[in-house]
Write a protein that binds this ligand. Structure first.
Ligand code: AMP
Length: 182
């Protein structure tokens, strides 16, 4: 049983590591980015609202993501634990998450920050080839990360819940470090 929040810039390896670690620990990997991309592909009302923001590299409005997470975390499989990847991304979302987890009596264990230098992030994102991985959108997403998401590092530090991990080493070494927390 583990409840972990993965922090880190776009390209830090959150998605890859969250997936591996979730499979290893038999708990769900909950990625708001994956859920939103699926909603866009299925052309659901959520997807239609989210698409423009995602294409521009901006954050989808807090309220939409909060509602989606409230629903996702209340499903039975979430009782086993989880790894959150890409949520929370703003202080508003983090505050909501604290309140929700207190309400459902499922406190998180740690927020894990994957640290990777900026030039490595850009090179990784350019090599990834996702629809929102063009150079302009990458620049925008990194700016949004610095302005809106990086403050969460202090948010969790103040709560004595932050662990920082060097994400600029081979993926297997990152995974080995992360396994210490599950
Ligand atoms: P990701 O796959 O985590 O890089 O997310 C891809 C895109 O989905 C982001 O650039 C945002 O537009 C949107 N997104 C994902 N998670 C969130 C979130 N927690 N809050 C707002 N927007 C999000």
């Amino acid at each position: 049983m583990a409840r972990l929040i993965f922090l880190g810039a776009p390209g830090a390896g959150k998605g890859t590591q969250a997936k591996v670690l979730a499979e290893f620990s038999h708990i769900p990997h909950i990625s708001t980015g994956d859920i939103l991309r699926e909603a866009v592909a299925q052309k659901t009302p959520l997807g239609e609202k989210a698409q423009g923001f995602m294409d521009r590299g901006e954050l989808v409005p807090d309220q939409l993501v909060i509602e989606l997470m409230r629903e996702r975390l209340s499903r039975p499989d979430a009782k086993l634990g989880w790894i959150l990847d890409g949520f929370p991304r703003t202080v508003t979302q983090a505050t909501f998450l604290d309140e929700l987890l207190t309400e459902i009596n499922q406190p998180y264990d740690q927020a894990v920050n994957l640290e990777v230098p900026d030039d490595v992030l850009v090179a990784r994102l350019l090599g990834r080839g996702r629809k929102d991985d063009t150079e302009d959108v990458i620049r925008k997403r990194l700016q949004v990360y610095r302005e809106q998401t990086a403050p969460l590092i202090d948010f969790y530090k103040r709560r004595h819940k932050l662990v920082s991990i060097n994400g600029n080493v081979p993926p297997d070494e990152v995974t080995a470090e992360l396994k210490k927390f599950v």
